[in-house]
Design a protein around this ligand. Structure first.
Ligand code: GRE
Ligand code: ZN
Length: 327
């Protein structure tokens, strides 16, 4: 399918590149991988052309700004990353837009940077890589806590989506993964981390205070759509500490949106589609951690997606969600 729009598509700047090295795969792949993630020019665009991806919203790699302990440095790196994305979008306005990296170490600074990115740089939303560290390595701040309500007020006011992207649990808090480093990252732990963070947001009353908020998660919903019925079923018996005024499933289906990033599989997709519906599902690839070829080959040919849905999920839903200036 031509004309696809994708928005979990990563880039890096020199300051955020090295953290990604562990994830690049076999050691021989690093040169190739670092070339891919740094490039916003011909190579990426040719790849997009070859796979029918017309437009990509770019975002800084994970954990990126969220793992910087010093707040002033986090603010500076976020600005630098966002400026690099903005440069690419100015050079190729019909191919790239931006999702803002945010210094969540300081909620007011995060609000200010999102405001700058949306109003001055034309960004379409934010992408934040899970919890934020701050001050000391063993710190993990989740955004359901009261200190972030003013930040969420800004997101609601700017009326842009917030993409909650995975990061890995901190080694100091990962005793249950001991001896199994493979389990901590993309094969499993990313989804555990991101689903817990998403469910915390749902259970905090955030969406009662700001019902228009839109949170995007990737990887077919980080296992949540599959589990949604059971969450509500069991919470009838153990709702201790839950602060939503409505069942969690209802909140999730109203406020969360899901992409296909890195999850190119018919049975899992069919389940996600059945739970989320066609309006809340979006195509994305997760380049360069995944190949655009794998994403597009599956998406374009999957027999469990009707032609009408393929166009919606691959393109028109995203145009509507981000108010894109495309037909
Ligand atoms: C990502 O950012 O999407 C990512 C990583 C590391 C491994 C896989 C992956 O940062 O998808
Ligand atoms: Zn990603």
């Amino acid at each position: 399918m031509k004309g696809k729009i994708a928005f979990e598509e990563h880039m890096a700047i020199e300051q955020t590149l090295s953290e990604t090295k562990n994830f690049a795969g076999e050691s021989g792949r690093w040169d190739d991988f670092s070339g891919q993630i740094l490039d916003l020019g011909a190579r990426r665009l040719e790849n997009m052309d070859a796979t029918g991806i017309e437009f990509a919203l770019l975002s800084l790699n994970a954990p990126g700004v969220q793992s910087i302990l010093d707040t002033a440095e986090a603010i500076e790196v976020a600005q630098r990353g966002n400026d690099a994305i903005a440069d690419a979008a100015v050079r190729y306005p019909d191919r790239y837009g931006g999702l803002a990296a945010l210094p969540m170490q300081d909620p007011d600074a995060a609000s200010a940077e999102l405001d700058r990115c949306v109003k001055e740089l034309g960004f379409k939303g934010a992408m934040v890589n899970g919890f934020t560290q701050k001050g000391v390595p063993d710190s993990a701040i989740y955004y359901d806590i009261p200190e972030y309500r003013t930040f969420w007020a800004t997101v609601a006011e700017l009326d842009v989506p917030f993409y909650l992207h995975p990061r890995m649990q901190l080694p100091s808090r990962a005793q249950n993964y001991e001896g199994h480093p493979w389990l901590m990252s993309a094969p499993w732990g990313f989804a555990v981390e991101t689903s817990i963070h998403s469910l915390r947001l749902c259970g905090s009353g955030l969406f009662d205070d700001y019902p228009s908020l839109k949170v995007i998660i990737g990887h077919l919903g980080e296992f949540i759509p599959h589990a949604l019925w059971r969450i509500d079923a069991r919470m009838r018996f153990s709702p201790r500490g839950y602060r939503g005024t409505r069942p969690l499933g209802e909140i999730f289906l109203e406020n969360f949106l899901v992409t296909t990033s890195g999850f190119f599989n018919d049975p899992a997709f069919r389940n996600t589609l059945e739970v989320m519906g066609t309006d809340r599902l979006f195509f994305s690839a997760d380049y360069p951690f995944e190949s655009m070829q794998d994403a597009a080959e599956w998406y374009d040919n999957s027999q469990v997606i009707s032609e009408e849905d393929r166009m919606k999920i691959g393109r028109s839903n995203a145009i509507k969600l981000f108010n894109l200036d495309l037909d």
